[in-house]
Design a protein around this ligand. Structure first.
Ligand SMILES: [Cu+2]
Length: 297
């Protein structure tokens, strides 16, 4: 099954089983349609594994396909601080009506490719004609841009590629897999298993037990695969405000990057993890063990 198929099946499976807010974006590419078609023809193998419910519906992906992210300029010069775009429907008309989800009408996630570094999560402003303007930090290079929004109660993710011209430094590799990451005085340990990922947050060696809501949740997790840039946004399971925050995210066969945002002491913090896939068919994995989570840090 394709990467795309896996993650789509996975997200639909979760939606079916857990009723979670899990969103799927589809990488804009020439083979998207084929992959979706294959997915529908190959028996939903992974989905059966995940949920015990073969079939299900493809609504998540279908909604995503209905909207496109149109950048005013897919190529911009370095030093530019804003990017304009519109979300257009299948008729090419700009989408004007958005539901407020997690306190915002539209969440824009930007990631540098192919290394999946330079993560940005911003909240653009929309003009009356539907044109959005986002403030971004844009060094020369290539990026994937994901608009994560909801209209009429239906979430969708539309994504596209953005290029910033100028001298590109040598493309950085995807960072090596880790299970412990630090940001400022915080350390975050990641554990996986039983279809979930759990982050344990400490500050200066003490468990953090007073996480503050960030955009209405104890944490936000974005998962992006390194191969096809498939995107998934998950919100935590109910639980106390730390030190552990868990998300229902099944293990992926493909290497991926996880971006966890949380708020504590008035500041939003972010840690990033690379997770090697459970399959290493293409030899791309930089794991030396069976799985990334087995690594000692
Ligand atoms: Cu947001």
């Amino acid at each position: 099954m394709s990467t795309l198929g896996r993650i789509a099946a996975f997200a639909v499976g979760l939606a079916v089983v857990f009723g979670l807010a899990v969103y799927v974006g589809r990488a804009a590419g020439p083979d998207v349609t084929d992959e979706v078609a294959n997915e529908e023809h190959d028996g939903m193998g992974d989905m059966e594994d995940m949920s015990g419910e073969p079939g299900g519906d493809h609504a998540d992906g279908d909604h995503g396909a209905a909207y496109q992210l149109d950048l005013a300029r897919p190529e911009v010069e370095p030093g530019r601080r804003t990017v304009d775009f519109t979300i257009v429907d299948e008729h090419g008309d700009p989408l004007l009506d958005y539901d407020v989800v997690h306190e915002k009408r539209l969440h824009l996630v930007v990631i540098g490719t192919p290394s999946l570094t330079d993560f940005q999560h911003v909240h653009p402003t929309m003009a009356a004609d539907g044109r959005w303007t986002a403030r971004l930090a844009l060094a020369p290079g290539s990026y994937q841009v994901y608009a994560d929004a909801t209209t009429g109660g239906e979430n969708f993710v539309a994504n596209t590629e953005l290029t910033v011209t100028g001298h590109h430094p040598r493309p950085a590799p995807v960072p090596a897999a880790t299970v412990l990451e630090r940001t400022g005085p915080y350390a975050v340990a990641m554990t996986r298993g039983e279809g979930r990922v759990t982050f344990t947050i400490s500050r200066a060696g003490k468990p953090v037990t007073e996480l503050e809501p960030y955009l209405g949740a104890n944490g936000h997790l974005v998962v992006i695969e390194t191969a096809g840039f498939d995107y998934l946004h998950a919100h935590p399971l109910d639980g106390p405000p730390g030190p552990q925050v868990s998300f229902e995210v099944a293990e992926s066969a493909e290497r991926h990057r996880m971006f966890l945002e949380f708020k504590h002491d008035g500041a939003v913090r972010r840690v990033e993890f690379t997770v090697n896939g459970t399959e290493r068919a293409d030899g791309q994995s930089d794991s030396h063990g069976e799985e990334g989570e087995n690594h000692e840090h």
